[in-house]
Design a protein around this ligand. Structure first.
Ligand SMILES: [Zn+2]
Length: 111
């Protein structure tokens, strides 16, 4: 079996799991046919979409090379603790989606 091909942005950047905004499967008769990926490239910030034939799909396509070897080596316990890009991204998304009422609730004294 050949090495899995990578998911790449138009700029040539290798899209990794942390770049994903959304992923899903297109099913037909309860069989997955396509894997759908939506991503924002962490290099050029472009949002792109990809459909990958399910037969060609491999989780390793999205692997961060640095993290992968560590995870495979069983060193998972060292991963916890640091704030990852995903957490930062989620945080920034929450900030962006804050409404006026949320801010008012923050400045109000607790009951
Ligand atoms: Zn790019």
């Amino acid at each position: 079996m050949s090495a899995p091909s990578k998911v790449t942005c138009a700029c040539g950047h290798h899209i990794q799991g942390r770049d994903l905004l959304r992923r899903g499967c297109f099913m037909s008769r309860w069989q997955p046919i396509w894997v759908y990926l939506k991503y924002r490239c962490s290099r050029c910030r472009m949002v792109g979409e990809k459909l990958i034939d399910y037969q060609d799909w491999d989780e390793h396509m999205l692997a961060d090379e640095g993290v992968l070897s560590e995870a495979e080596g069983g060193g998972r316990s060292t991963v916890l603790g640091a704030i990852g890009d995903d957490e930062l991204r989620e945080f920034s998304t929450r900030i962006r989606d804050l409404r006026r009422s949320d801010l008012d609730a923050l400045t109000r004294d607790p009951p």
